[in-house]
Design a protein around this ligand. Structure first.
Ligand SMILES: Nc1ncnc2c1ncn2[C@@H]1O[C@H](COP(=O)(O)OP(=O)(O)O)[C@@H](O)[C@H]1O
Ligand SMILES: [Mg+2]
Length: 355
């Protein structure tokens, strides 16, 4: 593999994709590299040679994959950290063998990101031509029959979002300057992601909404599932970052996940004690970063075993986003829940010393 910090999914998992393609005798939609069945196996794993990427309900993935085989686009909706971006990358990698046709939606995203722009030097020198045109990722996906990804769709200004309507309904992108158009070839589709919490920022127009099938990505069903997701990703990330080996520290992982779940839900796992929720998200993704940071501390400055002191700083940093109100919430949780909990003495001390 080439020496890059973060290979694209299709490169990192090229071997698994090749195995799937070889054995795949189910029908493939036109332009697809794999059958919908094989795409789903790639995403969820098969317990043998194919590792799971997304951990969650099978049905959610099936509906998402089936949508991509229709003329409707796919909208992955959910709270932050529910693997919308992650799933979208892996779906594009498995369906098209290319996850890089990506538009990042922000308040500043311009229509050129969806349509096309111009190479102004050539435009001025030669006038408008196909050579002077710089296609957007969406235009390239249409021309090559691939999946384009649009991140954070609802953060884009609504007139920019609306540039997608013709693309999705007519499957064409007119270029009036050249009196031409680019028509989508089979295999083209769009996966967009949007954050639940952003709803209303730039609400999708109903015309656009009708072009999408919405799939809501759920939070992990239970603590065990969340621990599994976190443990798996921390191991993968530590390996990718070439962090020195540390003892897995499943106990610390479980502890971080428990703290995050309790603060997120506002009640302790046993259901007995109410706690206040801090302002931050405390998603699975944040738990993954806290633990990866902890692994780095343990490996470089500790004794190679993940210990409470290695995760305490990360936890406090994740929980206390607003220095005034979150500090109060965190102290209260620490004193009323963590302090009393059996077997959590070291963890309590480490957190207390951090604040
Ligand atoms: N159900 C899940 N299965 C696998 N990984 C998950 C899951 N939930 C969260 N993650 C991990 O969390 C991280 C952040 O996910 P991301 O796709 O950026 O979230 P979102 O786009 O929904 O905010 C990724 O590294 C992903 O692997
Ligand atoms: Mg995302």
């Amino acid at each position: 593999m080439t020496n890059v910090l973060r290979p694209h999914a299709e490169d990192q998992y090229a071997e698994e994709l090749a195995i799937l393609a070889k054995d795949d005798d189910r029908p493939r939609p036109p332009g697809w590299h794999l059958s919908p069945w094989a795409v789903t196996t790639y995403v969820l794993g098969d317990g043998e040679r194919i590792t799971p990427k997304y951990i969650g309900p099978r049905r959610v993935v099936e509906v998402a994959v089936a949508t991509l085989a229709t003329d409707r686009a796919l909208l992955l909706l959910g709270v932050p950290g529910t693997a919308k971006t992650w799933l979208s990358e892996h779906l594009a990698a498995a369906v098209s063998g290319d996850s890089t046709l990506l538009v990042q939606g922000t308040a500043g995203t311009a229509e050129e990101a969806i349509r096309y722009g111009w190479n102004y030097a050539r435009l001025l020198a030669e006038g408008p031509s196909r050579e002077a045109l710089t296609p957007s990722p969406v235009m390239r996906a249409m021309a090559s029959g691939a999946v384009a990804r649009i991140e954070e769709l609802t953060r884009m200004p609504s007139d920019v979002q609306d540039a997608l309507i013709t693309v999705l309904s007519e499957k064409t992108l007119p270029i009036p300057e050249l009196n031409e158009e680019v028509q989508a070839v089979p295999g083209f589709n769009v996966i967009a992601t949007a954050n639940d919490r952003d709803r209303g920022v730039n609400e999708l127009s109903s015309a656009l909404r009708r072009r999408f099938n919405t799939v809501v990505l759920p939070l992990p069903a239970g603590a065990d599932e969340e621990v599994e997701i976190v443990a798996r990703r921390v191991a993968q990330l530590s390996a990718a970052l070439r962090l020195p080996e540390t003892a897995t520290g499943l106990e610390e992982i479980r502890r971080v996940v428990t703290v995050f779940r309790e603060l997120r839900s506002g009640v302790t796992e046993d259901g007995r004690t109410k706690v206040k929720s801090p302002s931050g998200t405390l998603s699975t993704a944040e738990a993954i970063s806290v633990l990866t940071g902890g692994v780095a501390l343990a490996a470089h400055f500790g004794d190679g075993v993940l210990r409470p002191a290695d995760v305490a700083a990360g936890i406090v940093g994740a929980v206390v986003q607003d220095p005034v109100s979150d500090t109060v919430v965190w102290r209260e949780y620490l004193e009323t829940v963590v302090r009393e909990r059996e077997g959590w003495r070291d963890f309590y001390r480490a957190c207390r010393d951090e604040r």
